[in-house]
Design a protein around this ligand. Structure first.
Ligand SMILES: [Fe+2]
Length: 541
């Protein structure tokens, strides 16, 4: 057998640096052999071993395949068949690379081959480690982002913005999730009598043809809500037919119900995975599809939904507590006011006027509510004044007047132990101070009197002047207004009087429409709620 060695220049193989170096050293290039069934096929276009028996190369390929080791076989003097296993970088499948070269030293060839394979294996291990590092880095980054998300959400879970309900938190949540999760569109839909209603939207792109109208997203949620059973719904590769209404832009979808302990209040909805340009990024090989919504997105949305549900629960409880508090105070004050039919309703009117005036001078909604409650309680201390003085029909003696002047202190003493009502104390104690320092109990001057006191002083005087008393009829409105204007800067803070006169039309409206609700008339006796079920007494037969 005479082997005609072809002049085979090194290939421009782009795969492995080590392979290229081996080919350069040997002055040849290797043909790629692939096992197809029981046969071996050469995938190199220029394969031509001419006189070499195919059986010889098949046998060499099989030996390599079975042992996963190189084969070096001297075919004749100066002609050697070389074959060795190789992992294709694209398909990760094992192939056999083979060629015939002129070489007298099989040992040297084997050494070179083994060194190349070893170097290649090390390279592969390095790449694996790099991929692992990238995956860990990504995981750490995601964990950090999720922790940041949770912390940011937790910071928003205060009851300070309770007047805005959930709106503030839902908008904030969508914005945070949108930046973190890699979603094109996020929605929060409220549950309104079993139907969804879009209440907050976050969009990756400000202007996009892919945006859905509210009715479309509502129809999608209403369509799927029956399948949720309180659990998240995750759909990838959504087909337009599933959605109906001609919606073609939803490819990926997550719907997560938001519930309180009592009821479902809404749904968080994520639409379409944001498409990242990852062509130039080194991605771990086992990284799953970048175009699908998966467990990470669902987990974050579920966490957000749980926090929204919990916060809504807290807001409802807080609201109930506030209402209960106000109702208890109103009932208490009403009981005190009713001691004197002529001052009946005074505290509630003062509270209503004070709240409107507080709003006019620019106080927050929360501060206005506090002023309202302070107004209700401002004369609570009158509970400690004797009826003979409180209801006296005629001018008071100096001693009686001194007793009356004790009611701010009495009020303070009653309320100062109640921590929840600490904010009413300045108004209760100082609503009879005068701007010129001639008031009581502490003769405070000007702005020394707390704002609540200066504000209540104006509305308290106005209601006293415009209400009928035992010893005089109510004063005409114009006269009361003139007295307030004349006393601005001496008896009262002129800025507050000015503000009060600005809102006088609304104050008049409140005054004209104020009617104490009549007490409900009892129609039946009250039953105990302590025992829910009655036990039947057995009857002897
Ligand atoms: Fe008073």
């Amino acid at each position: 057998m005479t082997i005609d060695l072809l002049a085979k220049p090194p290939s421009a193989r782009t795969g492995s640096q080590h392979l290229r170096e081996l080919e350069d050293a040997l002055g040849t290039h290797f043909d790629t052999w692939v096992k197809v069934g029981d046969q071996w096929e050469c995938r190199s276009a220029d394969y031509d071993y001419k006189d070499l028996s195919h059986e010889l190369i098949y046998a060499a390929c099989s030996a390599v395949w079975n042992t996963r080791r190189p084969v070096v076989k001297e075919l004749e003097v100066g002609v050697t068949l070389v074959a060795f296993p190789w992992k294709d970088s694209a398909t990760r499948s094992t192939q056999v690379l083979a060629t015939i070269i002129a070489s007298a030293s099989s040992k040297l060839l084997l050494f070179a081959l083994n060194q190349t394979l070893k170097a290649e294996q090390q390279q592969e291990e390095l790449e694996g480690l790099r991929d692992e590092n990238l995956a860990f880095l990504r995981q750490v980054t995601e964990d950090f982002e999720e922790l940041t998300f949770l912390r940011s959400m937790a910071e928003q879970l205060t009851l300070e913005n309770s007047s805005q309900g959930l709106n503030h938190l839902t908008n904030y949540t969508l914005s945070l999730l949108g930046q973190l999760v890699g979603i094109e569109q996020l929605y929060y839909l409220e549950n309104v009598k079993g139907k969804s209603h879009v209440s907050a939207v976050w969009n990756e792109f400000e202007e996009t043809t892919n945006s859905l109208s509210n009715w479309q997203i509502e129809s999608v949620v209403d369509g799927f809500s029956g399948q949720l059973n309180g659990k998240p719904l995750v759909r990838n590769k959504v087909k337009p037919l599933e959605l109906g209404n001609g919606i073609r832009t939803i490819k990926e979808l997550i719907i997560v119900p938001v519930s309180t302990t009592r009821t479902r209040i809404g749904w968080l909805v994520a639409i379409n995975r944001k498409k990242n340009n990852t062509e130039n990024r080194a991605e771990p090989k086992w990284n799953l599809s970048q175009n699908e919504l998966g467990s990470r997105e669902t987990s974050l949305l579920t966490t957000a939904a749980a926090m929204l549900g919990s916060h809504s629960n807290n807001l409802a409880l807080f609201d109930e507590r506030e209402k209960l508090l106000v109702n208890v105070v109103r009932t208490l004050v009403s009981a005190i006011d009713s001691r004197d039919p002529y001052t009946c309703g005074h505290s509630e009117r003062v509270a209503l006027y004070a709240k409107r005036l507080a709003s006019e001078i620019g106080l927050s909604d929360e501060a206005c509510e506090k002023i309202y409650l302070t107004g209700l309680l401002h004369d609570l201390g009158k509970i400690g004044i004797q009826d003979s003085v409180l209801k006296k029909d005629g001018p008071l003696t100096p001693k009686e007047y001194a007793e009356i002047q004790q009611h701010p202190d009495f009020g303070w003493s009653i309320l100062q132990d109640l921590e929840q009502f600490n904010y009413v104390l300045p108004g209760v104690l100082h609503h009879h101070e005068r701007y010129d320092g001639q008031g009581y109990p502490d003769q405070l001057h000007g702005d020394e009197t707390p704002l609540e006191g200066r504000l209540l002083a104006v509305v308290d005087a106005f209601d006293a002047m415009t209400s009928t008393r035992t010893y005089r009829p109510s004063m005409p409105l114009e006269k009361a207004i003139n007295i307030l204007a004349e006393g601005a800067g001496t008896q009262w803070d002129s800025d507050i009087v000015d503000a009060f006169l600005r809102v006088m039309p609304e104050i008049q409206e409140i005054r004209d429409s104020y009617r104490r609700p009549p007490l409900p008339k009892r129609t039946q006796h009250a039953t105990s709620s302590l025992v829910e079920t009655t036990t039947e007494v057995p009857v002897a037969v």
